[in-house]
Every structure is written in structure tokens, then in C-alpha cells.
Design a protein around this ligand. Structure first.
Ligand SMILES: Cc1cc2nc3c(=O)[nH]c(=O)nc-3n(C[C@H](O)[C@H](O)[C@H](O)COP(=O)(O)OP(=O)(O)OC[C@H]3O[C@@H](n4cnc5c(N)ncnc54)[C@H](O)[C@@H]3O)c2cc1C
Length: 308
């Protein structure tokens, strides 16, 4: 099915709890804030609507991409890609007995504060932008602690032979690792169940303040970026940032894309960058690191709408 046919189908068949936008400005979908358009952007506000939408897209083999806050996603050319976001109905957090239950579009910052109020210490996530769905999907965290260590199970939609199914999955340790979640056929996380020992509330607030201060000192929080562009290589004692910094690349630019002068693993949109500027700069950096250190840097940022 062509994009124009999908547009007319969605215009005629209005579905409850699906907000549909045509020719949407992708600048609003990622913290890189790069100019661009996607043909169709849809906000889903119930599991049923999401189920209906994904079943339709799978049946007609239409490309789509799930986006959270876009704080870890570089969006390129979305010619025939439909962008889908979980809306306000998925933005909640509840506390039951010793469990924390969060909707997938729950804001990470609010999650940290609500957990602190209930004596759960997720201060290691303080200052990290995003949604719980995006954070679980990339096992977000620090070099010491990661979110999936505290995830008991997820409710999600999976695709098997072009059919969408709902499932609740208990996370096992082999399902996740350093900045990845690996669940066969996973399409979208809708709800997350977490468990953690309670801690002293005042201590949690101190940790939150300290971690935010640390981030403000070491990272360019006020610029347009998507956090660390590359994962830290497992084969080196140096972080990706240290390897890039050692090559003297802080401040190096390509088109409108710049290596942060504060943290060498952050690529910034200096204001007028295109998605290709960011992508090309990342390729130059990875090439130089490979040439000098024989280390292949792997993207931490997810790419959508690029050929390679
Ligand atoms: C200034 C800054 C600092 C950062 N610091 C850190 C840090 O310290 N540690 C760290 O780990 N990250 C960091 N990040 C990266 C980012 O904030 C996290 O990875 C965050 O968890 C991404 O969440 P998101 O909702 O923005 O994901 P998105 O960028 O929207 O999506 C990321 C991936 O998750 C998938 N996804 C999103 N929602 C869902 C869902 N509901 N179900 C299934 N898949 C989904 C997307 O398809 C995509 O593959 C930083 C980013 C910035 C801008």
C-alpha cells in the first residue's frame, strides 16, 4: 500500500484513540531538533487502538517506527516510515504493595521523583531525558546501574508472522545487557512492572541532586543532542568519549553538526545541522577511532531513515 493510499484510508476511517497527523515536522520528535518531515505521525491513546493500528500496518507490510521522547533517536529521511508514539493514556505511575507500575510513555524525570517520594531510589536516572518505554528498550542507565536490573516484567505487543499479539513477559537476565534489551519479535512496550528495595527518602533526594549536578558539569545538557552517540567499547578500558577526546576532536564540526566541547561522545546540532550532517560526522569519528585504535565503535543512538 502506498503512503497516499494509507493517508486516504486513515482520513476516511477515523479510529477512536488514534490522533493522526500528516506531513509532520520531525524536529518535534527528537531532542536533536533536526528539520525534516515524516508522512504520517500517529499518537495512540489505548492498547486497543495501538493493536488495531499495528495489525493494519503489519497486514499491509507498511514501515513504522515507535518513538518515545526521541532523546536517543536520530531521525533521517522518513519517506515511507510512519512514526508512532504512545500518548497521555500511557503516561502514569502507580505503587502497589512492593511494586512500581509505569505506563510506557511515563516521563523519566517524573518517574524518578515519584519513586523517590515512595522511597524507591532510581536516582541513577536523574537528569536523563526520555520515557520509561524508551529507557527499558535501551536498558538506560549509568556505567554502574541500569534500569532493566529492576524490571520484573513488561506488557507489550509482539509480531509473529505479521500478526500482532499482546503478551506479558517476565524479564530474565539474558534478555538485557549494556544498553540493549533483546526480546524476540518485540514491537512495543506498553506497561512496565518494577521492583526495588525501599531506601531512605532524604538520601535519595541527596543522590538525585548530586547526579543532576554531575551531569550538568560533565554533559552539554542545554544543547540539541541525543546523549552519548556511541556505546563504550567493551574491548577497551577507555570510554568512547575518552577515545574521541584523545584524538583532539572536541569542537570538530561537519556541516552544522559539532562534537561537544564539554563531552566528546556527544554530537550536537549546532542549530542548522541536517540529519546527514550528524550521521556523516559520526561516521568520520568512528573511522578515525577505528584507524587509530582498531576499535569499532557501536551506535548507542538509534538511527531511523538511513540506508546504513
Ligand atoms: C542530555 C542527554 C543525556 C543522556 N544521558 C543518558 C545516560 O546517562 N544514560 C543513558 O542510558 N541514556 C542517556 N541518554 C539517552 C536517552 O535519554 C535514554 O536512552 C532514554 O531512555 C531514551 O528514551 P526515549 O523515550 O527518549 O527513547 P527514544 O529515543 O524515543 O527511543 C529509543 C529507542 O527505544 C524504542 N522505544 C521507545 N519507546 C518504546 C516503547 N514504548 N516500546 C518499545 N520500544 C520503544 C525506540 O524505537 C528506539 O529504538 C541521554 C540523552 C540526552 C539527550
Amino acid at each position: 500500500m502506498e503512503i497516499t493510499e494509507i493517508k486516504s484510508f486513515l482520513s476516511i476511517n477515523k479510529v477512536k484513540n488514534l490522533d493522526v497527523f500528516f506531513d509532520y515536522e520531525t524536529r518535534n520528535l527528537s531532542t536533536f531538533r533536526l528539520k525534516g518531515k515524516c508522512p504520517i505521525f500517529i499518537i495512540a491513546n489505548s492498547v486497543d487502538a495501538l493493536f488495531y493500528l499495528l495489525s493494519f500496518l503489519e497486514r499491509y507490510k507498511i514501515n513504522y517506527y515507535i518513538i518515545g521522547r526521541g532523546s536517543n533517536t536520530l531521525i533521517g529521511s522518513c519517506g515511507n516510515i510512519i512514526m508512532i508514539k504512545l500518548g497521555k493514556m500511557f503516561d502514569y505511575i502507580e505503587f502497589e504493595d512492593s511494586h512500581i507500575i509505569a505506563g510506557a510513555s511515563c516521563n523519566l524525570g517524573r518517574f524518578v521523583i515519584r519513586c523517590a517520594k515512595n522511597k524507591y531510589d532510581f536516582s541513577f536516572l536523574a537528569g536523563i531525558p526520555g520515557t520509561i518505554g524508551g529507557a527499558v528498550s535501551g536498558n538506560c542507565g549509568t556505567q554502574i546501574e541500569s534500569l532493566c536490573d529492576y524490571v520484573e516484567s513488561i506488557e507489550c505487543l509482539k509480531v509473529i508472522k505479521n500478526k500482532i499479539i499482546k503478551e506479558k513477559i517476565r524479564l530474565k537476565s539474558h534478555n538485557y545487557g549494556y544498553r540493549f534489551l533483546n526480546i524476540d519479535n518485540l514491537v512495543v512496550i506498553t506497561k512496565v512492572f518494577l521492583k526495588k528495595e525501599r531506601a531512605d527518602k532524604e538520601l535519595i533526594y541527596i543522590n538525585i541532586r548530586e547526579n543532576i549536578l554531575k551531569k550538568k558539569t560533565n554533559q552539554p545538557l542545554g544543547t540539541f543532542n541525543c546523549g552519548c552517540f556511541f556505546k563504550n567499547p567493551l574491548t577497551s578500558r577507555k570510554t568512547a568519549g575518552e577515545l574521541i577526546d584523545n584524538l583532539g576532536l572536541k569542537g570538530f564540526s561537519y556541516g552544522g553538526a559539532v562534537i561537544s566541547t564539554k563531552h566528546a561522545n556527544f554530537i550536537e546540532n549546532g542549530g542548522k545541522a541536517t540529519p546527514d550532517d550528524i550521521h556523516n560526522l559520526s561516521k568520520i569519528v568512528a573511522g578515525l577511532v577505528s584507524e587509530k585504535y582498531k576499535i569499532k565503535l557501536e551506535h548507542e543512538v538509534k538511527l531511523v531513515g538511513f540506508e546504513n
